[in-house]
Design a protein around this ligand. Structure first.
Ligand SMILES: [Zn+2]
Ligand SMILES: [Zn+2]
Ligand SMILES: [Zn+2]
Length: 278
């Protein structure tokens, strides 16, 4: 019996691939090969926990077998940047399929102000029979663990991606398997993920040089820090991870095969629709 299944709904950074009007090898490949296209990052864990709901979430869930949608019973928003939460309105109709009267949304305590600014009409702070809003607010803290049905547990870690709010990385554990999912990632305490079976990490930039060419090196409010792929591969080796998949892939200018050729053994790229089972 498998322990943890990750279904990749989307694997791009803040903007989807291909980029309009760009003829770089990455965008050219995506125009001709659907497997090279990337929509905004989101996953399903064991087909029950949805992590993130960006602007592509309706089409992403439409591509999933219909019967799976009825089993989604928890929603996690890693952080309130546009590519991770702006699709919440499209998720509201999930409640029609679910057996739950209200779907719980888990997000870090300090991110709720921004989420509610946009979606207060969808999210109830307290669940009551008179409140017809589809979602319930569930604030969580760094270090908190959700114990979910069937022995699945999810611990919220701080990935130090941005401010003024915390970005969650998720340590997903079941049946002795440990997976760390951090689409927006700068760093995390090494001990918390040491020896993980799978790290799913931020692929927004390949090297720090590339990041500085394309992006302000100074972190301004609301901007994010992203540890480049090259440094994450070194770090993954140091913490003894068995395997690494990169998601949240940025505009790197390389066709997927050229990018894969630069990766260390045990490292690969996720792609939209990929299902990984441990
Ligand atoms: Zn992001
Ligand atoms: Zn391009
Ligand atoms: Zn972000």
């Amino acid at each position: 019996m498998s322990s943890v299944t990750i279904r990749f709904l989307g694997t791009s950074a803040a903007r989807a691939i291909p980029r309009w009007g760009c003829d770089c090898p990455q965008c050219t490949a995506a125009l001709t090969d659907p497997r090279a296209r990337r929509s905004r990052s989101a996953i399903l864990i064991n087909d029950t926990v949805l992590v993130d709901a960006g602007p592509d979430i309706y089409a992403q869930l439409y591509a999933v077998p219909y019967e799976i949608l009825a089993h989604i019973d928890h929603i996690i928003i890693t952080h309130p940047h546009a590519d991770h939460y702006l699709g919440l309105d499209d998720l509201a109709s999930l409640r029609r399929l679910s057996e739950l009267p209200v779907l719980p949304i888990y997000a870090m305590d300090d991110g709720w102000e921004r989420i509610e600014e946009a979606f207060r009409y969808l999210i109830a702070a307290e669940v009551s029979q008179y409140d017809r809003r589809p979602f319930a607010r569930r604030p969580v803290q760094v270090g908190q663990t959700l114990a979910l049905p069937h022995g699945l547990s999810i611990t919220f870690l701080d990935t130090h991606h941005t401010r003024p709010f915390t970005t969650a990385g998720l340590l997903i554990e079941r049946g002795g398997k440990r997976v760390f999912y951090a689409p927006d990632f700068e760093e995390v305490d090494d001990d918390s993920v040491a020896g993980a079976d799978l790290l799913i990490l931020d692929g927004a930039f390949f090297s720090r040089d590339q990041m500085h060419q394309r992006y302000q090196p100074i972190l301004e409010e609301g901007q994010g820090r992203h540890r480049p792929i090259l440094e994450s591969m070194e770090w993954a080796t140091r913490v003894g991870a068995q395997r690494v998949l990169f998601t949240h892939i940025g505009h790197l200018g390389l066709a997927p095969d050229s990018l894969r050729a630069l990766l260390y053994p045990g490292c690969d790229l996720a792609c939209d629709g990929m299902v990984v089972t441990l």
